[in-house]
Design a protein around this ligand. Structure first.
Ligand SMILES: Cc1cc2nc3c(=O)[nH]c(=O)nc-3n(C[C@H](O)[C@H](O)[C@H](O)COP(=O)(O)OP(=O)(O)OC[C@H]3O[C@@H](n4cnc5c(N)ncnc54)[C@H](O)[C@@H]3O)c2cc1C
Length: 300
């Protein structure tokens, strides 16, 4: 792909060439992006995707990069960064409208200020609203789909809006039709309760504290690397096999949480993939369980 192939004259946000992707994901891994763009509006996101499709240029939408693994080689297309300029949030008649780039943690503080309750289970999840919806992020106490009334998205052809209850069918465990079909989430509508805000704050603090004690929050990772098999915990399976602290080269399993794969500094995508394959082999040999990855490997 050459820059001159793409006409970005409609675009008002930043357009970066040959940008290292390492600071755009929490693993701190990845090569350069041929182009990385920071749209300011939903229309700019839509037109960027249309442009990529019309020119058969690969593209990927990212939020905070807290669940992606970028390849070591150059990404030969356009990385669309939604978190830099796309973060409006507002309330109208008790419905909260948020653009996809709003950070989940900013949204939580905003919900609290507006005296809403019922979302504390999302405390500490370091993604954007769009990324959390695509991944159906959550914990064992709840998932983001339970808070949503509607999602506006671009399916590559038209902008659509899907409402509850049809929206329910868009989600599954740590996945969604948005993720599977690479439909871009543009914004979401939340319907939240107004309840005991002090109780909500205490719960939030408790969940954050629990996280800080049970997760390696200062290490480079993408959170839980593998999904939980039905009725089981991937972390517990790995811990029971004595894999906490297991390492090879620059990559290791956290000593604090066995489902966190950590880049100890100069790790590469290739190292992470080889490491993950080895762990999956061990788990299969020992338990007959085939672990499924939660982390999204970006294909070139
Ligand atoms: C320390 C740590 C703790 C974590 N804890 C949790 C947890 O408790 N629960 C949990 O569920 N996850 C957890 N995660 C994983 C991660 O935070 C979530 O999956 C989050 O939802 C990802 O959001 P993001 O904006 O970073 O998405 P990204 O990593 O940027 O993208 C993830 C995927 O979503 C797609 N995507 C991003 N934005 C959009 C969009 N607007 N439209 C369509 N697709 C999009 C991307 O293409 C990619 O495939 C954790 C991660 C870390 C690093």
């Amino acid at each position: 792909m050459k820059n001159c192939d793409l006409d970005f004259s409609f675009f008002t946000g930043d357009i970066l060439t040959n940008e290292s992707l390492q600071s755009y994901n929490t693993f701190g891994i990845g090569g350069h992006a041929h182009l990385l763009v920071k749209p300011r509006t939903a229309e700019e996101i839509v037109r960027t995707i249309q442009l990529c499709k019309a020119t058969t240029t690969p593209y990927i939408i990212i939020g905070y990069g807290s669940n992606v693994l970028f390849p070591d080689e150059e990404y030969p297309g356009v990385v669309i960064d939604t978190k830099s300029n796309f973060h409006e949030i507002e309330e109208q008649n008790s419905v909260v409208y948020a653009q996809a780039g709003v950070s989940m943690q900013k949204a939580i503080l905003w919900f609290l200020q507006k005296q809403f309750t019922g979302f504390s289970f999302m405390a500490g999840i370091p993604g954007s609203i769009g990324g959390c919806i695509a991944m159906n992020a959550g914990t064992n106490r709840g998932r983001i789909d339970q808070l949503l009334q509607a999602v506006t998205y671009f399916d590559g052809n038209i902008v659509q809006k899907v409402h509850y209850p049809a929206l329910k069918d868009f989600f599954s465990y740590r996945s969604s039709l948005f993720l599977k079909n690479t439909w871009c989430v543009l914004s979401a509508e939340f319907v939240l309760d107004r309840g005991d805000v002090e109780k909500e704050k205490k719960q939030l603090q408790m969940y954050l504290q629990k996280r800080s004690l049970s997760q390696p929050l200062h290490s480079k990772s993408a959170g839980c690397f593998w999904k939980n098999p039905p009725n089981q915990s991937a972390g517990k399976i790995l811990e029971d096999l004595g894999l906490k602290g297991y390492h090879k080269g620059n990559i290791k399993i956290s000593e604090i949480h066995a489902n966190f794969v950590i880049n100890m500094g100069k790790g590469t995508c290739r190292e992470v993939m080889e490491f993950a394959q080895e762990i999956e082999r061990i788990v299969f040999q020992e338990t007959n369980i085939q672990l499924e990855r939660e982390v999204q490997l970006v294909k070139v």
